[in-house]
Design a protein around this ligand. Structure first.
Ligand SMILES: [Zn+2]
Length: 258
């Protein structure tokens, strides 16, 4: 019988040199903000990218964050968060659309690897969101499997229309929050981890030109506004969500960049 897995699994969260070790959700978020701040300010440290660390993590992984990001080529997680091998468990699809394989991957990281933070990472001027809007406005369905991507964005377009949001980046923010909601609604495993306090889910929007992330949604509500361990290098006041039911939504979208 063939056993299928994602590689060697060492569920024990032992820290290694250069490894942040087991973190609380707030600490994991602070690490991401600190890394993004280094990237934005042109002072990246490129941690955990050396041969020694590569060898150290070969026997097991303990990523401190899952990134469910858009596939956009300008959104490479390890670069924009200034992290290295073994730090981030990354799943990317166009428009960060979420299906069973994505949810299974997230559940694996959270339950087997003990990852305490899940981030939905979108960005301004997202091509998948623009394609969905174009398809909706013209009534023309895309050919091939691209339709699955467009269909997954349609509920976010409806929500944006209900709120009178027409700006593409405002729609992106709504789509990020909608993705957070959908993941928790469709994955009872993830929802249970959040309820138990072992995990948090945050939606972030990335600005292509500036390189910075902004929090637009968080579960539990208010989580992202007060990281448990603020980093000395992390930006202090960029998280100011306003709570609706279940999910903390975005402030009004910033003007388009890039
Ligand atoms: Zn995109």
């Amino acid at each position: 019988m063939t056993q299928v897995g994602l590689g060697r699994v060492d569920p024990s969260p032992a820290a290694r040199p250069g490894d942040p070790g087991p973190l609380a959700p707030g600490q994991a978020l602070a690490e991401l903000h600190a890394g993004n701040h280094r990237f934005v300010t042109g002072a990246p440290r490129h941690p955990n990218q050396d041969a020694g660390h590569r060898a150290a993590v070969a026997d097991g992984q303990h990523p401190f964050a899952v990134i469910v990001g858009c596939s956009d080529s300008r959104l490479a997680a390890e670069i924009i968060f200034d992290r290295g091998l073994g730090d981030l468990f990354v799943v990317r699809t166009a428009g960060h659309t979420v299906g069973p394989e994505v949810l299974g991957s997230v559940e694996y990281a959270v339950t087997v690897l003990g990852t305490p933070l899940v981030v939905v990472l979108g960005h301004d001027s997202c091509g998948a969101v623009q394609a969905a809007r174009a398809a909706a406005s013209t009534g023309t369905a895309p050919v091939g499997h691209l339709r699955a991507v467009v269909d997954a964005v349609v509920p976010s377009l409806r929500r944006a229309a209900e709120r009178g949001v027409e700006d593409i980046n405002g729609i992106v923010d709504i789509h990020i929050a909608q993705t957070v909601e959908a993941m928790l609604a469709d994955s009872f495993v993830l929802a249970a981890e959040v309820t138990a306090g072992r995990c948090a889910v945050v939606g972030m929007s990335y600005r292509l030109s500036a390189g910075e992330v902004r929090t637009v949604a968080a579960v539990p509500a208010g989580f992202a506004a007060a990281p448990a361990v603020p980093s000395a290098t992390a930006p202090a006041a960029q998280d100011a969500p306003t709570p609706p039911p279940g999910v903390t939504p975005a402030a009004p979208a910033a003007p388009a960049a890039a």
